[in-house]
Design a protein around this ligand. Structure first.
Ligand SMILES: [Zn+2]
Length: 333
C-alpha cells in the first residue's frame, strides 16, 4: 500500500526554495485561533472511534483532546510556502479583504483536495472511514469499491480544477472573482473551524444541488470561523463560478436573526465538517443531551450512504454561543 503523500501543493513557478516536502501545516491559524481557545495547550475535536464504529456498524463520534500543535494540520505545504502564502491570515488582524477571504478559501480547498488524494490511496483498503467528510458526503450514495473509486477520481478532478482556479487568482494577485459574507462577533468564540463543502440543501430545506450526481461538478462553499484579538469572524467564501448555486445558501444565513446566528453557525459546522476545534471548558459545561445532539449531527453528516434530510441545518430548540453579533458585510458582492 502506498503511504500518505507529502508534497507541497503551492503553485511552484520557478521557486527553487520549495523542496516540495510538506510540513504539518495548520488549516486553522495556530497562534491566533487554536491557542486562544485552548486549555493547557489542548482543544477538543469531533472524532470517530474506528473500533467502536466497526462493531456497531455505524460511526461512533466523541470529542477527543488534541494538542494545538497537531490540531487541524495536514502535510499540504512546505514550510516556506505555508509561512509566505498565509501570513496575513495567520497573524491578523482581520480586515475582511478580498485577499484574506481568498486565502481562507484556498487553504480549506487545499486541505479538501489533499484528503481526496489520500482517499485515492486508501481506496483499495477495506476501510473507507479515513476520508474527508465532504468526500464521504459527496460519494455517499455509492457503496461498492469501484463506484467509490470512480467517485474519488471525479472528486480529485473537481479538487484539481478548484485549486487551479484559486492559484490563477493568487499568481495574478487578482481576487475580484472572490465572493464572501463576513459575520463579525464581539468575542472569542467557543469553537474555531475551516472547511469547504458542497451544500445540497439550504437552511430552509430547498435543494440547490444534487450530491452524488457525478455528471457535473459540484459547487463548493468555504466556511471558516476564526478569531483575532478579542473578535471573531465567520467567513463564507466562494468564487464567481459557484455564485449561481451557493449564493442562495449564504443569503439565507444573512437573514437569520442575529441573536440566533451563533446557534445557526455552530449547527452548520457540526453538520458539515470534522475540522472543528472546541474550547474544552465550553464543551464540558454543555448538558449531556446537548452534547449528544451535536455529536449526532457530526455522525449523521459523516455517515457514508446515508441520505441527508432536507431540514438538517435547522436548529429549533437548540442554543449555542452566545457570541454577541457586531455586524456583517459582503465582500465582492
Ligand atoms: Zn512549497
Amino acid at each position: 500500500m502506498k503511504t500518505r503523500r507529502r508534497m507541497c501543493l503551492a503553485p511552484k513557478g520557478e521557486d527553487p526554495a520549495c523542496d516540495g516536502l510538506a510540513i504539518r501545516a495548520h488549516t486553522v491559524p495556530r497562534q491566533e485561533c487554536l491557542s486562544k481557545i485552548a486549555e493547557d495547550g489542548h482543544v477538543l475535536t469531533p472524532t470517530f472511534d474506528l473500533g467502536k464504529s466497526l462493531s456497531k456498524q455505524s460511526l461512533d463520534f466523541d470529542m477527543r483532546k488534541v494538542g494545538v500543535r497537531n490540531a487541524s494540520t495536514f502535510t499540504g505545504f512546505c514550510a516556506k510556502h505555508d509561512a509566505e502564502i498565509f501570513k496575513s491570515v495567520d497573524t491578523g488582524p482581520f480586515a475582511g479583504s478580498h485577499e484574506e477571504c481568498a486565502l481562507l478559501l484556498y487553504r480549506a480547498t487545499a486541505w479538501e483536495y489533499y484528503a481526496k488524494l489520500h482517499a485515492e490511496v486508501v481506496a483499495d483498503t477495506a476501510s473507507s472511514f479515513d476520508k474527508g467528510k465532504s468526500l464521504a458526503h459527496q460519494i455517499g450514495l455509492q457503496s461498492t469499491t469501484s463506484a467509490y473509486k470512480a467517485g474519488v477520481q471525479a472528486a480529485i478532478l473537481d479538487g484539481r480544477n478548484r485549486m487551479d482556479e484559486l492559484e490563477r487568482m493568487m499568481l495574478a494577485r487578482d481576487f475580484s472573482d472572490i465572493r464572501s459574507l463576513v459575520i463579525e462577533f464581539e468575542q472569542v468564540p467557543s469553537i474555531v473551524a475551516a472547511a469547504v463543502f458542497e451544500p445540497d440543501f439550504c437552511l430552509s430545506g430547498e435543494r440547490i444541488q444534487q450530491i452524488g450526481d457525478l455528471s457535473k461538478p459540484l459547487m463548493p462553499l468555504g466556511i471558516s470561523l476564526v478569531t483575532y484579538g478579542d473578535k471573531s469572524y465567520f467567513v463564507f467564501s466562494w468564487t464567481q463560478g459557484a455564485d449561481a448555486i451557493v449564493r442562495k445558501f449564504v443569503d439565507e444565513y444573512a437573514s437569520v436573526d442575529p441573536a440566533r446566528l451563533a446557534t445557526a453557525l455552530t449547527v452548520l459546522l457540526f453538520e458539515t465538517t470534522e475540522n472543528i476545534y472546541a474550547n474544552p471548558q465550553w464543551w464540558t459545561q454543555l448538558s449531556d443531551e446537548t452534547k449528544a445532539k451535536l455529536l449526532e449531527r457530526a455522525r449523521s453528516g459523516a455517515e457514508p450512504g446515508k441520505l441527508t434530510p432536507a431540514t438538517h441545518l435547522q436548529f429549533e430548540g437548540e442554543e449555542y454561543g452566545p457570541w454577541t453579533f457586531k455586524r456583517m458585510y459582503w465582500v465582492g458582492c
